[in-house]
Design a protein around this ligand. Structure first.
Ligand SMILES: [Zn+2]
Length: 117
């Protein structure tokens, strides 16, 4: 069985991905979200403020590219990286759809009672 273990993230993309071409600094910062708490916090901060601040002029990789970014790169701690980007995306997504809706109408048990009654 051959398993391609990437010994370090330096070998994973070589700056050839779209994010590296457009936003090399942020690209490299994002590459360390699984090993560097500051990078992780920066990602979460970006997610939390994504809808509050105007990032259109900032050289940052936006939420639309996070899932692809996570998938396209090798990680020292893949599960941690996946959690970091998932969490960040979840944070951004919550602001798009608003808070979770209140349960509407009668519960399922009540509906079943109504149907039976
Ligand atoms: Zn890359």
């Amino acid at each position: 069985m051959t398993v391609a273990h990437a010994p370090s993230r330096l070998t994973t993309c070589r700056g050839e991905c779209r994010a590296a071409a457009r936003y090399p600094e942020h690209h490299d910062l994002l590459l360390s979200v699984d090993t560097d708490i500051d990078a992780l916090l920066a990602l979460i901060e970006l997610a939390v403020t994504w809808h509050e601040l105007d990032y259109s002029d900032c050289p940052v990789v936006g939420p639309a590219d996070w899932a692809g970014f996570a998938a396209a790169h090798g990680w020292t701690f893949p599960e941690r990286a996946e959690r970091a980007f998932s969490l960040a995306l979840d944070i951004v997504g919550r602001r798009l759809v608003g808070p979770p809706p209140e349960p509407a109408g009668p519960g399922l048990a009540t509906v079943i009672d109504l149907v039976r009654g």
